[in-house]
Design a binder for this molecule. Structure first.
Ligand code: FMN
Length: 357
């Protein structure tokens, strides 16, 4: 499946080395001001080739809106957006045409479909996430009207944890580091791995603020469940924590409960979600990315005939995918929240009466 969402639903298309990639975003209410410059600026935050901490592949990632927008406003019809690929070097991949890169999706795609677009990983490449960022930018514009904001930053690289979580610092950092004091050590870890022809993992922290109480559907479209699904669907994500996440299983109830006062919760261990429904507090996610699978160190693998071989990869790859991945996390979070806002409108008679009476 290539689609995600219920009331606000998007489908993406395209491959890493194809002509173009893009998305169709359906369900955007008519009359939303579509700020094209903002959509482009979101793509610019994710685009490759901005620094030595990212892949050297340079893509303009220029987005073009094909439909669904007239005189700067959404028309209520599907919004189609396209991003042309301009910097493919498919030759870089000819040496892995019949070889499966350990840690990548080559092995599973080949055995599932019986064929494989080896150029840049084809559809399994995270290049597809540019389309999600374009769709997510429109979701951000929509939820901004409701006072909801999604921010993110890197809170850990190669096990080096941030002590401070400063989302303004992350905006200014080339690696989106949340802690300016830990940034140099985190950068050094990336460059060390890169110099050793290796890669490192990292953690993105996402904060969604201004969320009203009540977003999330029973029982199979819970807010935490759908956010986890959205994050796990991003390439290389291996774990998602909501609030205290895995720490909750070793905490006492008395520590883990967020006690309640008339003006709100005294703490936020729950990460803003109770019973699958937003509780009005900030929603907090920690999204764990594995190290980039494509590394230049020699590794054991097999080819399409299941013959064993040792090989060294060529090409251009991110030494730490969490960095650009954090922008994709923001986009997916915004898409989920916007969808949940639309779904929640029919949750009780009061809301329906306000609209129809
Ligand atoms: N994997 C690579 O091997 N090389 C890359 O340059 C690369 N860039 C990525 C960029 C982003 C923004 C993200 C989110 C992921 C990137 N990945 C890269 C990860 C692979 O796409 C991913 O590991 C692969 O599809 C296998 O899927 P899985 O790790 O989810 O099992």
């Amino acid at each position: 499946m290539n689609s995600f969402g219920q009331k606000l639903r998007f489908s993406t298309f395209g491959e890493s080395h194809g002509v173009a990639l893009g998305c169709i975003l359906d369900g955007v209410p008519a009359g939303l001001k579509i700020d094209e410059k903002f959509i482009q600026s979101e793509l610019d935050r994710r685009k490759p080739g901005k620094s030595e901490f990212e892949t050297a592949r340079k893509e303009a990632d220029k987005v073009e809106i094909l439909s669904g927008v007239f005189e700067g406003l959404s028309t209520g019809t599907p919004i189609a957006m396209v991003i042309y690929n301009t910097n493919q070097k498919s030759k870089d991949y000819s040496n892995i045409k019949d070889i499966f890169r350990p840690g990548h999706a080559d092995f599973t795609y080949f055995h599932k479909y019986g064929l494989r677009d080896y150029r840049g990983g084809g559809r399994s490449s995270a290049r597809e996430t540019a389309a999600r960022v374009a769709a997510g930018a429109i979701a951000k514009l929509m939820i901004k009207e409701l006072g909801i904001e999604v921010k993110s930053g890197i809170c850990e690289i190669d096990g080096i944890k941030s002590k401070n979580l400063n989302y303004e610092a992350a905006k200014k950092s080339i690696i989106f580091a949340l802690d300016a004091e830990m940034e140099d050590a985190q950068k050094e870890a990336i460059l060390n791995a890169k110099n050793e022809h290796d890669s490192v993992g990292g953690v993105s922290r996402v904060k969604i603020s201004g969320v009203p109480v009540g977003l999330g559907q029973p029982l199979y479209y819970k807010l935490d469940g759908v956010l986890a699904d959205a994050m796990m669907g991003i390439n290389a994500v291996k774990a998602v924590e909501i609030g205290d996440g895995i720490l909750s299983s070793s905490a006492k109830g008395s520590d883990n409960n967020d006690e309640i006062r008339s003006n709100g919760f005294e703490s936020n261990h729950a990460g803003g979600i109770l019973g699958g429904i937003s509780n009005g507090d900030d929603i907090i996610l920690n999204v764990h990315f594995k190290p980039t699978p494509s590394i230049f160190k020699e590794q054991h693998t097999v080819n399409t005939k299941n013959e064993e071989l040792d090989f060294s990869l060529k090409g251009r790859h991110d030494p730490c995918v969490a960095i650009r991945g954090t922008i994709v996390c923001e986009a997916m979070a915004a898409l989920v929240i916007a969808d949940m806002c639309l779904l929640n409108m029919g949750s009780n008679m009061d809301g329906i009466l306000k609209y129809y009476k």
